[in-house]
Design a protein around this ligand. Structure first.
Ligand code: 13P
Ligand code: SF4
Length: 324
């Protein structure tokens, strides 16, 4: 493997500009018995070539049930790592190894291990937006789709540590009446939404419903008409009688919303500090069709997990799948 690829974290070789990338990707997936899993935050052209598009929970399930030999994961690293933890015999590829997650980074394993040891009477529930090392220190994982359901299954007298997202944690405390001990982590995308700009939009579109991901800060959650995971936001906007929505989550989801609801208007909620009207996750948006094609061709970059960590990390994920 070329030294420069290793340094860059993705395959960087010239591609014939006349090539039909989508067609070549299709050919390679068939030839290599591969499937492409894509998160809702991916570019529209990636969602269009994927075999399966979903939220974090659906993607974990799809990885666990996949019969393919290769899983091409168009999402961020912790998602591909979860696929590898659940499907260790498969080769899991990611188009760019630099696709991290600011929320996962806000919870380093050494600090979290100390925190956990200081509270031995607490069980640990972690959001899947964590590294495998954090999952290995957890009792149960959750996603934004099943978090409430999982917390509600824990006996009321059992103390809980919730990590890493402070916004989702606080939201869950308010929904369930629990007093979970919350790790002080956050996502740079969801913390960036501007309440002022959202309210100005609401002024211009008074009939629009504000819909938000639970990783958003409290003021955004307070003005939201509906709060939910990516798949819940998609379902709500499809089933709702309303035909205008201000969407406070990463802008990639708007592709499926518009596709499922051609007559409705979807307005991305703007961030604080940007001239751009929408809010992108810079990690999710590192992937493109060219990188997917080259990754399939060279079967690199591959996502691997140390076996001792993988075995420990699998337990809380399986527990989540059983409980959700
Ligand atoms: P979902 O589980 O709702 O798809 O969210 C994943 C994520 O990374 C949100 O920022
Ligand atoms: Fe992580 Fe935030 Fe990107 Fe989701 S949007 S993958 S939480 S950085």
């Amino acid at each position: 493997m070329k030294e420069s690829w290793l340094k860059k974290g993705f395959v960087d070789e010239p591609v014939d500009p006349g090539i039909d990338l989508a067609g070549e990707i299709k050919r390679l997936t068939k030839e290599k018995n591969a499937i492409i899993l894509a998160h809702y935050y991916q570019e529209a052209e990636i969602q269009e070539i994927a075999d399966f598009v979903g939220d974090s929970l659906d993607l974990s399930r799809a990885a666990a049930n996949a019969s393919a030999d290769i899983i091409m994961f168009a999402g961020v690293h912790f998602m591909a790592e979860t696929a590898k933890i659940l499907a260790p015999d498969k080769k899991v590829l990611i188009p760019d190894l630099n696709a991290g997650c600011s929320l996962a980074e806000s919870c380093p394993a050494d600090e979290f291990s100390r925190f956990r040891n200081e509270h031995p009477d607490h069980i640990v529930i972690t959001y899947v937006n964590t590294t495998a090392a954090i999952k290995a220190l957890s009792d149960i994982c959750c996603t934004s789709t099943n978090a409430r359901k999982i917390v509600e299954q824990i006996p009321k007298d059992q103390k809980i540590i919730f990590a890493p997202d402070r916004n989702l944690g606080n939201y869950l405390n308010s929904l369930t009446g629990r007093d979970m001990l919350i790790w002080n982590g956050a996502c740079h995308v969801h913390e960036e939404f501007s309440l002022e700009k959202i309210l100005l939009l609401k002024n211009d579109y008074p009939d629009a419903l504000i819909i938000a991901h639970p990783e958003c800060q409290k003021p955004i959650r307070i003005v939201a008409d509906f709060i939910g995971s990516t798949s819940a936001l998609l379902k709500f906007s499809t089933e709702s009688k309303a035909d205008q929505f201000i969407v406070a989550t990463e802008s990639g989801i708007l592709h499926q919303m518009r596709k499922a609801n051609p007559g409705k208007l979807f307005i991305p909620a703007p961030p604080n500090d940007s001239t751009c009207a929408c809010n992108d996750c810079k990690f999710m948006k590192l992937h493109n069709l060219r990188k997917i094609y080259l990754t399939l061709k060279h079967e690199w970059p591959e996502v691997t997990v140390d076996e001792e960590i993988r075995v420990r990390a699998e337990k809380p994920i399986r527990r989540m799948l059983e409980m959700s």
